[in-house]
Design a protein around this ligand. Structure first.
Ligand code: FDA
Length: 301
């Protein structure tokens, strides 16, 4: 049994609140349930920071099987929404970006393989954002592949001081940007540290994206930017075919359903796989209140 940052043992019940399961079969069941509820999904096969070529190749193989299985899901119609309801999210560090010598080139080539398969299956791909030392290499890969796959998305993190400028640059026609606050521990010179500064940066970035010509993906659980996105959508005449809300599996489920019932496009980021430890500790670090949930789950066992 693994231990979280706090030394608390992480049980299967705790993992299941935030992770769809360790196997693809478990994930597929969760994804179909979410689709049936009027939401869309973005699936992440958990894993990161691979320094082994064989591991990167195994990740590519899993994503190819995943895309196959996702393509076979029943996709209930979503009125007014044109986006494919199924997407995969991928970390370039899981595809080999950190390999010595030619890591970024290996990751780019592996991403090209995934995108080729995804295009055939009408599945979107978005590249996750990792720590700031990878931002330039990740955006370079996305830029390179968007020539072939114009729908390829990228994540930007509002806590990075550079991101407002990145949002302006990447708010052009066809550009698909998922804006999140950011989940890694970053130094002061590259990232805002205080929660209110991060939220203010998020709001400025959101402005740039929503008033631009791309396809913003508003990835937050925070009520303030969500309310702001509602206003900006009205101001810029954006219907549910031109932007979407995104939240993590297991977080603010009722709010996800409320937005979807109101006719908005809502996508749930659903992780699965056995490498859940890093993902789970980031969820715990950003919301210590989750500790209460962890402890309750332990006591009730
Ligand atoms: P914030 O953390 O300020 O929370 C606002 C409110 O949301 C809280 O008051 C609470 O009500 C609720 N909430 C937030 N987190 C919760 C939790 N863990 N449990 C329960 N309630 C919670 N990061 C990154 O660095 N790279 C990436 O690629 C991505 N990708 C990504 C995709 C999607 C779809 C989402 C939604 C998020 C990410 N993230 C991410 C994570 C993101 O950077 C951030 O860490 C979390 O979304 C939490 O930030 P919020 O914007 O929700 O605000």
């Amino acid at each position: 049994m693994k231990r979280a940052l706090t030394g608390i043992p992480i049980t299967a019940d705790i993992v299941r609140r935030f992770v769809a399961g360790e196997t693809r079969a478990e994930l597929i069941e969760v994804a179909q349930t979410l689709l049936n509820s009027g939401r869309m999904v973005s699936v992440d096969f958990l894993g990161e920071n691979t320094t082994d070529r064989g591991q990167a190749d195994a990740t590519v193989a899993e994503y190819l099987s995943l895309i196959n299985d996702l393509a076979a899901l029943n996709r209930p119609a979503l009125p007014g929404i044109d986006a494919p309801p199924v997407e995969v999210s991928v970390k370039l560090s899981a595809l080999g970006q950190a390999l010595p010598d030619d890591g970024p080139a290996v990751a780019t080539e592996n991403l090209r393989i995934l995108c080729t398969k995804a295009a055939q299956a009408d599945v979107w791909v978005t590249v996750d954002a990792e720590d700031h030392t990878t931002t330039d290499a990740t955006l370079a890969t996305v830029r390179e592949l968007r020539g072939e796959f114009p729908w390829l998305g990228a994540v930007l993190q509002a806590y990075l001081r550079r991101t407002e400028a990145d949002c302006r640059e990447l708010s052009g026609p066809g550009s698909r940007i998922r804006l999140c606050k950011g989940a890694y521990r970053e130094p002061h010179d590259v990232a805002f540290q205080r929660a209110n500064e991060v939220t203010e940066s998020y709001l400025r970035c959101l402005d740039a994206l929503m008033l631009g010509d791309g396809y913003p993906m508003v990835a937050t659980h925070d009520p303030e930017p969500i309310a702001d996105a509602v206003d900006l959508a009205a101001e810029s005449d954006r219907g549910p075919d031109r932007f979407e809300y995104q939240m993590l599996y297991g977080i603010r489920d009722a709010e996800q359903l409320r937005l979807a019932a109101a006719g908005s496009a809502v996508r749930v980021y659903v992780p699965y796989g056995s490498q859940w430890y890093g993902y789970l500790t980031r969820r715990l670090a950003e919301r210590p209140a989750n500790l209460t949930f962890f402890l309750r789950a332990l006591v009730s066992k």
